[in-house]
Design a protein around this ligand. Structure first.
Ligand SMILES: C[S@@+](CC[C@H](N)C(=O)[O-])C[C@H]1O[C@@H](n2cnc3c(N)ncnc32)[C@H](O)[C@@H]1O
Length: 208
């Protein structure tokens, strides 16, 4: 997202808690893009970019779901609201909660993709599984990365993360708690309407 914005002539500040993710972004920047993108290692729940104010604050790829506590969601939205310029907007791409499978029972292991790592020639396969924690309104998402070498030997790394999907009216209340007003809800980045069939929910909020 940062690269796309920079290539369209916008100045971007990218925040991530992971120095590795920021390094990956910087590795892909060259020329004018590199001048337009600044990376900041920080926590979205507690960031302060001095007096800087932005016309757009964007939370991509359902990353808001990584905030599994109401206090963390509100702290993040509070930081967003303090960094919006007058007339600026906060946009978040969220998963539609309607499309989350909350049913109990065995969680299928899904093969997400298989790629060759050009650095090692190993085959890398990503599998994942998502189990509902219904009383917590969370999903336990487990990712398995399998590296298969030329001999067929497999090395597996496993990561686990909790995700909290939010509903359209819940996000509206959270925004209000942080001094923001929900202005639009779309079903996708193409600004189509949010309907029963939407997988995604794109919300646009302004300072209230
Ligand atoms: C779904 S990924 C988004 C990917 C990444 N920003 C990109 O564009 O490829 C979620 C990202 O959120 C970061 N993250 C998780 N919790 C965070 C927090 N509290 N503050 C800042 N970054 C956080 C993770 O390090 C991860 O890179």
């Amino acid at each position: 997202v940062a690269l796309h914005l920079a290539r369209n002539g916008l100045d971007v500040v990218g925040i991530d808690a992971s120095p590795h993710m920021l390094a990956r972004l910087r590795d892909r920047l060259d020329g004018d893009d590199a001048k337009r993108v600044r990376t900041v290692e920080g926590d979205v729940r507690d960031f302060d970019l001095g007096g800087e104010r932005f016309d757009l604050v964007y939370c991509a790829l359902s990353s808001f779901e990584l905030l599994t506590k109401t206090a963390d969601q509100l702290a993040t939205l509070g930081c967003v609201s303090r960094h919006l310029a007058p007339g600026g907007v906060f946009v978040a791409q969220l998963r539609s909660p309607v499309h989350v499978d909350w049913s109990a029972g065995p969680s299928p292991l899904v093969l997400e993709w298989t790629r060759i790592d050009p650095a090692t020639d190993e085959t890398v396969t990503k599998l994942s599984s998502s189990a509902p924690l219904r009383a917590e309104q969370c999903l336990r998402y487990t990712e398995f990365f399998d590296r298969t070498d030329a001999t067929g030997a497999v090395r597996r790394r496993v990561f686990e993360v909790a995700l909290r999907p939010v509903g359209r009216f819940e996000i509206e209340l959270l925004l209000a708690g942080a001094g923001l007003r929900l202005a639009h809800v779309y079903g996708d980045a193409d600004l189509s309407p949010y309907t029963d069939d939407s997988d995604t929910m794109v919300i646009v909020a302004e300072l209230s």
